[in-house]
Design a protein around this ligand. Structure first.
Ligand code: GLN
Length: 476
C-alpha cells in the first residue's frame, strides 16, 4: 500500500502522469486522513467528499484521454473556512455564518480547479481570522499534530495542521497579521504570505481588507512556489489585485544565486525566546558559510507595529463585520423590533474575541478618537513602510524569527488577549508594509517543538523567497 501522506504536490503530479496511482486513489486517501487524523486534531469544519471525488474522476478521465493536465493535477488541497467554495458552508469559524453557503467560488478556488487541484475540505480557524492559536473557533480549538496539547498557531491553524499531519500536501490560509506564517512556524511547515495584491481577495471573507492575503502552506519550498503560482495574478473582481510579471518559477528554483540578507536588530530583543534566537542565528551562520552576505540592519519603527496593526485591523474589522446583521447573511435571532433583532443576532452570533475587536475598532473610528488613534496609526504605517524601503536599498532579503516563542499549550494565553497579541509581533510588520514573507522550518527546541524563521522580500519578490527557502532546504 502506498504511503500517500508523505507525497509532495510535485510527486503527485508526476506519479499521476506515470500512472503510479489515480487521482481518485489519492483523493480517497486524503479524505480518509481528513476524517481520521483531521477529526482528532479538529482541523476540518467540513469535508467536501462528493465534489472532491467527482473532480478526481474528471482528472483521471482527462489523463486517460491523453489531455494535458493542469499544474496541480490530482493534488488534494484544503481551504481555510473563510474562502468561499460553493455547495458547502463557509463558516469563518463563526456561529453567525454556520449555515452560510456561498453562491460563488473565490477566484483562488476557480484557479485551483482550473489547475486540476482537488478540494477535499474546509479547515478550522479562529473566528473571522481573529487569533493566534486557533482556539477562538465556534467549532472548538484545533490541536497541533506534534502532540503535547499544543496550539497549532492561528488563525489558519486547521490548514497548517492538515499539511503538517500529512492529510494534504498543500492547504490555503489567509494572513492579515501573521495567520499563515505563525501557524506554519508552530507546526513545522512552510507558509507564504504573498505581496498585498498578488492573490485576488475576491471570495475571501474580509477581516482587514488593506492587509488580508490568501497564501499556501506546504511541506517544501517547491510546493509553496507551485501552489502560489497557481493562484496569483490580476483579477478584475478585486481592484486591489495587481498586474505583475510572474516568472515561471519551476526552472528558477535550483539556483546558486547569492543574496545579501539583513538581520533586523529590533527582532532580536527582549521577549524573544533564547532557543528561537539560537535557531535563527544558526540559520544565519549556515547562510554566511555558504557565501551569502549577512548584515546587521535596523528597522527602527518595529516597536510600533503591534499597536499600529491592532488599531488598523480592528477598525477595518468593525466596518467589515457590520454586514452580519441577521438580514443578509447567516444567523438571525428573530424579534419584532428591528434594532433588537440586530443586537440579539450579533450578540448570539459572534464570539468574545470578535466582539472585543468590533468594540475596539468602533472606538478608534469614532468622532473625537479617529484623529488620535486611527489617523495616527495610518501615519505610523507609512513610517513602517519607509523602514522596509530603506532596508531593501541595502539588502535583498531580511531574515527574522517568525514568532517570539515556540508553540504554547492550549489554554495558556486564552485569558490574556495582550499576551496573545504579542505572538504577532514579528509577523504584522510585513502586512502593514504589504511585502511578501515566507516562514520556513529551521529546527526544533530541546523539547522537540518546531521553530520557524521568516524571510521577507520587497513587493513581488516571491521568487527570491522561494530560491532562498529551496537553498536552505537542500543545504540543511
Ligand atoms: N493573529 C493576528 C490577529 O489576531 C493575525 C490574524 C490574521 O492574520 N488573520 O489579528
Amino acid at each position: 500500500m502506498h504511503d500517500y501522506a508523505t507525497l509532495s504536490a510535485s510527486a503527485i503530479t508526476e506519479g499521476l502522469k506515470n500512472k503510479n496511482f489515480s487521482a481518485v486513489e489519492i483523493c480517497r486517501a486524503a479524505i480518509s486522513a481528513a476524517r481520521d487524523t483531521g477529526q482528532k486534531l479538529n482541523a476540518f469544519i467540513s469535508i467536501a467528499e462528493e465534489k472532491a471525488i467527482k473532480q478526481a474522476e474528471a482528472i483521471d478521465r482527462k489523463l486517460a484521454a491523453g489531455k494535458t493536465p493542469g499544474r496541480l493535477a490530482g493534488v488534494p488541497v484544503a481551504l481555510k473556512d473563510n474562502i468561499c467554495y460553493t455547495d458547502y458552508p463557509t463558516t469563518c469559524g463563526s456561529h453567525i455564518l454556520e449555515n452560510f453557503v456561498p453562491p460563488y467560488d473565490a477566484t483562488c478556488v476557480k484557479k485551483l480547479l482550473e489547475a486540476d487541484a482537488v478540494v477535499i475540505g474546509k479547515t478550522n480557524m479562529d473566528e473571522f481570522g481573529m487569533g493566534s492559536s486557533s482556539e477562538n473557533s465556534y467549532f472548538g480549538p484545533v490541536k497541533n499534530p506534534i502532540g503535547g496539547q499544543l496550539v497549532p498557531g492561528g488563525s489558519s491553524g486547521g490548514s497548517a495542521g492538515a499539511v503538517a499531519a500529512g492529510i494534504v500536501p498543500v492547504a490555503f490560509g489567509s494572513d492579515t497579521g501573521g495567520s499563515i506564517r505563525q501557524p506554519a512556524a508552530f507546526c513545522g511547515v512552510y507558509g507564504l504570505k504573498p505581496t498585498y495584491g498578488a492573490v485576488s481577495r475576491y471570495g475571501l471573507v474580509a477581516f482587514a481588507s488593506s492587509m488580508d492575503q490568501i497564501g499556501p502552506f506546504a511541506r517544501n519550498a517547491r510546493d509553496v512556489a507551485l501552489a502560489y503560482s497557481a493562484v496569483c495574478g490580476k483579477d478584475d473582481c478585486d481592484t486591489t489585485s495587481k498586474d505583475f510579471d510572474q516568472p515561471d518559477f519551476d526552472g528558477l528554483l535550483d539556483t546558486d544565486r547569492k543574496f545579501r540578507i539583513g538581520l533586523p536588530k529590533e527582532y532580536f530583543q527582549e521577549g524573544l525566546d533564547s532557543e528561537v534566537a539560537a535557531k535563527v542565528e544558526n540559520a544565519a551562520d549556515v547562510l554566511r558559510k555558504a557565501g551569502h552576505e549577512i548584515l546587521n540592519i535596523s528597522l527602527p519603527r518595529t516597536p510600533l507595529a503591534i499597536a499600529t496593526y491592532y488599531i488598523i485591523a480592528n477598525a477595518e474589522a468593525s466596518s467589515n463585520l457590520a454586514r452580519y446583521d441577521g438580514v443578509k447573511f447567516g444567523l438571525r435571532e428573530a424579534d419584532d423590533i428591528l434594532a433588537v433583532m440586530y443586537s440579539k443576532t450579533r450578540s448570539a452570533g459572534f464570539g468574545t474575541e470578535v466582539k472585543r475587536r468590533i468594540m475596539l475598532g468602533t472606538y478608534v473610528l469614532s468622532a473625537g478618537y479617529y484623529e488620535a488613534y486611527y489617523h495616527k496609526a495610518q501615519q505610523v504605517r507609512e513610517l513602517i513602510k519607509d523602514d522596509f524601503a530603506n532596508a531593501f536599498k541595502i539588502v535583498d532579503l531580511l531574515l527574522a524569527p517568525t514568532t517570539p516563542t515556540p508553540p504554547f499549550k492550549i489554554g495558556e494565553k486564552i485569558d490574556d488577549p495582550l499576551a496573545m497579541y504579542l505572538s504577532d509581533i514579528f509577523t504584522v510588520p510585513a502586512n502593514l508594509a504589504g511585502i511578501p514573507a515566507l516562514s520556513i522550518p529551521i529546527g526544533t527546541t530541546s523539547d522537540g517543538r518546531p521553530v520557524g524563521g521568516q524571510f521577507m522580500a520587497p513587493a513581488f519578490g516571491e521568487l527570491s523567497l522561494f530560491q532562498i527557502a529551496g537553498w536552505f532546504e537542500r543545504t540543511s
